[in-house]
Design a protein around this ligand. Structure first.
Ligand SMILES: Cc1cc2nc3c(=O)[nH]c(=O)nc-3n(C[C@H](O)[C@H](O)[C@H](O)COP(=O)(O)OP(=O)(O)OC[C@H]3O[C@@H](n4cnc5c(N)ncnc54)[C@H](O)[C@@H]3O)c2cc1C
Ligand code: SF4
Length: 349
């Protein structure tokens, strides 16, 4: 590890100014990703600005009926929060499906959102990698890519974003509050992470030095019955091969509201808008769930060793939606069995 300076920021504006003093400076949250990358020689900051002492440690109720979550809130605290468990269970479940108890106690909301890909070539400075060193190539396409992307990838990069929490936040339409050198802005979490295109070295739309201060959740009534389902190689310490964050409201046998996001398949949490559009007003049956997911996954471009992700994600999503439909409206109470709902069209989220 190269020598570096360490500062603990007490005020957010000062933290942004401190990052502006060096292009190689980095914010430090729990350090569970950044410090690992420093040990591997992938990250070599000359200055670490610790942002865990900033006053961004609360989970507050907003006047709009949602929650404002500080970027320094620990993953374990967010997962255990009563309002999160009861009103946004998908978020609590996604957090608990990630890493281990010790890691979740250290990891922060800001750091979890901005953690970097687990592509093995990215983590090995001895190998070429367009994301780590632009223009050197992408050995993953022909090499080890079993865990990498099937949607939204480019010839330059097929990395996936590893955060489970971000997938739940995408389904919930969360907003990310950012402090920049010129003021504040809010970025929808679905637009925070970039698809690789020709510049995979840029993971997000944030500029260097931009500080995540909060994540805001709106009032989402259907989220009270939401779920997160994750398929991984081992039951613990394992990133998602594929995952689904879903919320569904069924009325009279028809889908009235739906939210769907996928993890483990793209460089960002994948909000499944095509599937959502197909589902609104459709009968809440396994057939229409399958048709909607097929439409979403039609553009998938799997590589030699990760084609299994497409049928795996399809069956996981259909099963998850069927489970939610049954919970939303047990089959005995359903009346619809095909065709558009008489009172449609239905609201989009
Ligand atoms: C063995 C292991 C297993 C894991 N399994 C999973 C898993 O299954 N699912 C999952 O989702 N995650 C998993 N993780 C990843 C873990 O969740 C992340 O390492 C953690 O969430 C990162 O948070 P942190 O606060 O430690 O971030 P840090 O390591 O401190 O920072 C990560 C990045 O975010 C930046 N940053 C931090 N805070 C801010 C801020 N406020 N504003 C702007 N930039 C900021 C840092 O500069 C850095 O670039 C695993 C990690 C390990 C080591
Ligand atoms: S997939 Fe992306 S991160 Fe992995 S080697 Fe290729 S360019 Fe690097």
């Amino acid at each position: 590890m190269k020598p570096f300076r360490y500062e603990r920021a007490a005020e957010a504006g000062a933290a942004v100014t401190a990052l502006g003093s060096s292009p190689h400076a980095r914010y430090l949250g729990g350090g569970t990703n950044l410090v690992d990358l420093m040990k591997l020689g992938v990250e070599q900051p000359d200055l670490l600005v610790d942002v865990t002492a900033l006053p961004h440690t609360a989970i507050e109720h907003t006047s709009a009926g949602g929650l404002l979550v500080g970027a320094a809130v620990r993953n374990s605290e967010l997962a255990a929060d009563h309002a999160v468990r009861t009103r946004y269970p998908v978020l609590s479940q996604a957090l608990l499906a990630g890493a281990s108890g010790q890691l979740r106690n250290a990891a922060t909301v800001g750091g979890n959102l901005l953690q970097r890909t687990r592509c093995p070539y990215f983590q090995d400075p001895g190998k070429p990698c367009n994301k780590r060193e632009p223009g050197t190539g992408c050995p993953a396409r022909e090499g080890v890519h079993r865990e990498l992307a099937v949607l939204g990838a480019s010839p330059s990069c097929v990395a996936t974003h590893p955060s489970d929490m971000a997938v739940a936040l995408a389904a919930l339409d969360a907003g990310v509050h950012v402090l920049t050198r010129s003021g504040t802005r809010t970025v929808p979490v679905t637009e925070l992470h970039r698809l690789p295109g020709g510049s995979p070295e840029r993971d997000t739309v944030l500029a260097p030095g931009d500080l995540v201060t909060h994540v805001e959740l709106g009032a989402v009534p259907e989220a009270a019955g939401s779920v997160y389902r994750k398929v991984r190689d081992r039951a613990a310490y394992s990133f998602a091969l594929v995952s689904v964050a879903a919320a569904l409201h069924v009325d009279g046998g028809f889908v009235r509201r739906v939210r769907l996001a996928f993890g483990g398949v793209a460089a960002r949490p994948w909000r499944a808008r095509t599937a959502e559009e197909r589902l609104l007003g459709a009968p809440a049956t396994a057939e229409s769930f399958a048709r909607a997911v097929d439409a979403e996954l039609a553009p998938a471009e799997p590589l030699r060793d990760n084609a299994f992700k497409v049928p795996l994600l399809r069956s996981l999503t259909v099963r998850t939606l069927a489970e939610l439909a049954e919970r939303s409206e047990p089959s005995g109470r359903r009346t619809g069995d095909g065709g558009p709902h008489p009172e449609g069209p239905w609201e989009t989220p």
